[in-house]
Write a protein that binds this ligand. Structure first.
Ligand code: AMP
Length: 112
């Protein structure tokens, strides 16, 4: 989508601090990190919200990538959090599906 920030990253028009990509997903460091490690994992295909994700293979691939990056970033043993914010009540600000991978500090529960 031409006016989507994350699509512009996938297309190379905007260059984030990229940590991983393959044919299906793209991952980069959040510009405003909420934890020592804060990575966003997105599908390359434009999907607006979690409500629109109906491809089980892609869903699994997003999760698999998060696990791989958590290990790569040294988070796996201590632990980490993955989050999809969906629509207004979920606090979604960018309407291109993304999974947050957060780690490197103790997370609180319940989340704010
Ligand atoms: P959400 O509130 O779940 O939609 O999260 C959107 C995330 O995108 C926020 O954590 C922002 O800090 C992050 N973000 C916005 N613009 C950029 C950017 N140019 N590069 C990296 N992360 C960004």
């Amino acid at each position: 989508m031409s006016d989507c920030l994350f699509c512009k990253m996938v297309e190379g028009e905007i260059k984030p601090d990229m940590v991983y990509q393959d044919d299906y997903v793209f991952a980069f460091r959040d510009i405003s990190p909420k934890a020592p490690v804060h990575i966003l994992i997105i599908p390359k295909q434009h999907i607006e919200t979690l409500n629109d994700l109906n491809d089980a293979g892609l869903a699994g691939h997003l999760l698999k990538t998060a696990i791989q990056l958590a290990k790569q970033e040294g988070l796996a043993e201590e632990g980490y959090r993955t989050v999809f914010n969906c629509n207004k009540n979920g606090g979604q600000e960018v309407f291109h599906l993304h999974m947050h991978l957060l780690g490197g500090r103790q997370m609180n529960w319940p989340p704010g």
